[in-house]
Design a protein around this ligand. Sequence first.
Ligand SMILES: Cc1cc2nc3c(=O)[nH]c(=O)nc-3n(C[C@H](O)[C@H](O)[C@H](O)COP(=O)(O)OP(=O)(O)OC[C@H]3O[C@@H](n4cnc5c(N)ncnc54)[C@H](O)[C@@H]3O)c2cc1C
Length: 441
Amino acid sequence: MTLSTSSDTLAATLRGRLLLPGSVAFDQAATPWNLAVRQPAAAVVEAADADDVVTLVRHARAEGLAVAAQSTGHGATGDVAGTVLLRTGRLDAVTVDPAAGTARVGAGATWAAVQARTAPHGLTGLLGSAPGVGVTGYTLGGGLGWFSRVHGLAAHRVRSFDVVGADGEPGTVTATSDPDLFWALRGGGGDLAIVTALEIDLVEVPALTGGGVVWPADRAGAVLDAFREVTASAPRELSVWLTRVEPPGAPAMVVVRAAYLGDDVAARTLLRPFDAVGGALTGEVRPVALADVGSITADRPDPTAGLSHAELLTGVDDDALTRLLTSPVGPVTVVQLRHLGGALAEADPDDGATGAITEPYLLYALGLAHAPGLAAAVRARLDRLPDDLAHLATGRRPATFLSPGERASAAYSPDALARLQGLKRSRDPHGTIRGAYPLIA
Ligand SMILES: Cc1cc2nc3c(=O)[nH]c(=O)nc-3n(C[C@H](O)[C@H](O)[C@H](O)COP(=O)(O)OP(=O)(O)OC[C@H]3O[C@@H](n4cnc5c(N)ncnc54)[C@H](O)[C@@H]3O)c2cc1C
């Protein structure tokens, strides 16, 4: 039976909406944050609550359909043909227990919503650069942000996941209730269960300093030298990202952004090598309110058509990288180097599917594909990046930095991948759940 013949039954049982192709409402509900991706789903369900998720999964299982869960669509891949796209945006409740230092987060909540409630207590979740990103997709993929050098991945701060399994049964997964699935959900992606809520540990932040400084692109070589110097000895409380930006129709720039878990005096001392570069156009490092972590990168909050490519790197002391950051990269608009290390390199493989990220740097490149025909040119330039990086790229990338067309296998060690695939076979033998990057491709 196809969905169209059984949809009346499903629609009558849901508290939320079932939308079928052919309506404006369907088109809107199927449009992800990343406008470069089209989602040709068989239907969209906007769940009103966790019971709707149970109803949908049971229905899908009975009808031989697959369900693809999504909150914001920041991580959309378009690999949803024939599936029911489950939009979780209405499951957005966030409650904070300041005394316990925890938050309970609905599957559709964004980091912005979490930060708004935790920051007044001096607490934060381990969000990434953009507060508009969904907590669930980010955390299921590991989640690597400003505080990860001290506190590790967001996935490692999850206490429990409320899920609906591929058999349609709801349950709570903890380290003791279901150690295998708990391990898998901590970084292994959304291919094994639908999450309806999660409980996370928050971390205390007594002081936060952050900001960015902008130079014209002709200072890129000197800025990269300073970046090497600073990151070679940075304490784990300091995270520094270096970005070459080539805005269409405007001069190229180099931007250094930093976050420091401490006061601004200490931050400026640690960042002093950048002062010697000279010629900065604008910018400063200043105390930042916890609720404003997103202001450090000021990523665009609005839906954007973006194509990206990421590579974990073994180092930055190579001519290839210097060339990449000092030469035009258009039509790619952003080439960013994130300093990793610290707690990220120390994770135990038993902590979660991501394991340790021992590479000290992550390269992330992004091109905008708003204009017709631009996507192919951006894609072609992004595809050449691994060649440009010569031997520096290990070929692995964090799961949250996979891009459409890539495989889950690029994110995991062979042992972790085999364990994830074994779980997929045993927990979801009929393929009822479809993550953005299926474990068995
Ligand atoms: C502007 C921008 C900035 C970013 N910055 C960072 C960063 O600093 N660090 C970082 O690590 N990543 C970053 N990312 C990547 C981001 O973490 C991933 O794209 C992540 O998947 C987005 O999660 P989401 O829930 O918002 O996206 P969605 O597209 O809604 O979800 C992505 C995938 O997560 C899974 N998923 C979502 N909800 C559920 C659910 N309820 N149950 C089961 N599976 C589910 C599904 O497989 C889904 O396809 C960034 C992305 C963008 C676009």
